[in-house]
Design a protein around this ligand. Structure first.
Ligand code: GLU
Length: 446
């Protein structure tokens, strides 16, 4: 980090003690902003960095609900409304036992720059709860979502803050939350949430968008070296929405996806992942990846624990969760000759891993650029809601592809302009930041 940034960084760490993931996300951005700050003294004068790092509003609330056994359960809910210089706060809700303020702030912080990169008028926010949906009945999930929304409804709205899904929050949860919002407010505000069902304001392609966008970005990045996914061996971690649709698109482009994983372990399928079977096991039955192996036959093996990164591949797409790919995993991928790494999850590579990829010269795409397809298509859902319209799959997918290509090219050109050709992290951070910083300054000291 350059000297002109360390003072601001130290202050931010001191003001936000114990939030390791937030510190990591801030550091990743600050490490790349030195040249921007030197070229733009107005950013320092207006304390833009300090202002962007301090959320506009943070809401923490109690979520009481009753489980099937009649016991009272208490969880903690969060919504961090980080920055609205470019548009209403926008970002998902995560339901996972690891959730605490530091996780929501890291996600919200990343979301500001990601949303800026999409080119759409959306600010950054994130929320969630330390609720563990695993093993909960449908009734329990519904009661939890209703209780969560009973408080959240006070803070969101189509022009204010527009949540969506993230880990642990998919179409089912969005449905229960939308129902409760509608009931409380007595308004059909379709644009208050994205990721809705197709018959009640949802957008085609939203479900597939993060995974599809990731692969479109990866393909374009490979093309800068005259390569393509066709015929490449690909490791994908995770088995949720992002992993599943990244697998689908990668297979469509001729890639061979040979892994998937969940918190219990990972699968290697030499014949290539059978996506229909994986969808059946994970989406319909809400089962584990080990169930996939039991039904798949001899081409697939299940390894309890561990990670997919020791499997020799050409392309690695981490699509599970933050810090899932560390320095050792990066070293293993590099030893096995990996060509490109692109993040489908938010901050899945540790700082050690990122450094290793950058030093080795392999292609590396940070999530705030490569996984922006999800929130971008949420932006398209908002556009459809605002005009009471619904677009065809093909039209929406073309829009998504265009946005991903623009993000790619913006990152590439910005990295070049700032003297780091090929460094997508530098390109994404700088391009995402400048747009927000200029809007913050233009709108005065608020
Ligand atoms: N949770 C997703 C992300 O990390 C999507 C957010 C949204 O659609 O608002 O970008």
């Amino acid at each position: 980090m350059e000297a002109n940034l360390t003072q601001a960084y130290d202050q931010i760490i001191a003001r936000n003690p114990g939030e390791a993931e937030f510190h990591q996300a801030v550091r990743e951005v600050f490490d790349t902003l030195g040249p921007v700050m030197s070229r733009n003294p107005q950013y320092t004068e207006a304390a833009v960095l300090e202002r962007i790092c301090e959320p506009e509003r943070q809401i923490i609330f109690r979520v009481p609900w009753m489980d099937d056994a009649g016991r009272v359960q208490i969880n903690r809910g969060f919504r961090v409304e980080f920055n609205s210089a470019l548009g209403p706060y926008k970002g998902g809700l995560r339901f996972h036992p690891s959730v605490y303020l530091g996780i929501i702030k890291f996600l919200g912080f990343e979301q500001i720059f990601k949303n800026s990169l999409t080119g759409l008028p959306i600010g950054g926010g994130k929320g969630g709860a330390d609720f563990d949906p695993h093993g909960r009945s449908d009734g329990e999930i519904m009661r939890f979502c209703q209780s969560f929304m009973t408080e959240l409804a006070n803070h969101i709205g189509p022009q204010t803050d527009v949540p969506a899904g993230d880990i642990g929050v998919g179409g089912r949860e969005i449905g229960y939350m939308f129902g409760q919002y509608r009931r409380i407010t007595n308004r059909y505000d379709a644009g208050v949430l994205t990721g809705k069902g197709l018959t009640w304001g949802g957008s085609l392609v939203r479900t597939e968008a993060t995974g599809y966008g990731l692969v479109i970005f990866t393909e374009r990045m490979l093309r800068t070296r005259g390569l393509s996914l066709d015929g490449m061996r690909i490791a994908i971690s995770g088995s949720g929405n992002v992993a599943m649709y990244a697998t689908e698109k990668a297979q469509e482009l001729g890639g061979k996806v040979i892994t998937c994983s969940d918190s219990s372990g990972y699968v290697v399928d030499k014949a290539g992942i059978d996506l229909e079977l994986l969808k059946q096991v994970k989406e319909l039955e809400r089962g584990r990846v080990s169930d996939y192996v039991m039904r798949r036959g001899p081409s697939a093996t299940f390894v309890p624990g561990g990670s997919v990164w020791g499997v020799p591949v050409d392309v690695a797409l981490p699509c599970a969760t933050q810090n899932e790919l560390d320095g050792d995993a990066a070293a293993a991928l590099l030893t096995n000759g990996v060509t490109a790494v692109a993040e489908g999850a938010n901050m899945p590579c540790t700082p050690d891993a990122v450094t290793a990829f950058q030093k080795s010269g392999v292609l590396y795409a940070p999530g705030k650029a490569s996984n922006a397809g999800g929130v971008a298509t949420s932006g398209l859902e908002m556009q459809q809601n605002a005009s009471r319209d619904s677009w065809s799959f093909e039209y929406t997918e073309n829009k998504l592809a265009e946005i991903m290509k623009n993000i790619h090219d913006t990152c590439e050109q910005t990295a070049e302009e700032y003297g780091h050709p090929g460094d997508y992290m530098v390109g994404a951070n700088i391009a995402g930041f400048i747009k927000v910083a200029d809007a913050v300054i233009a709108q005065g000291l608020i």
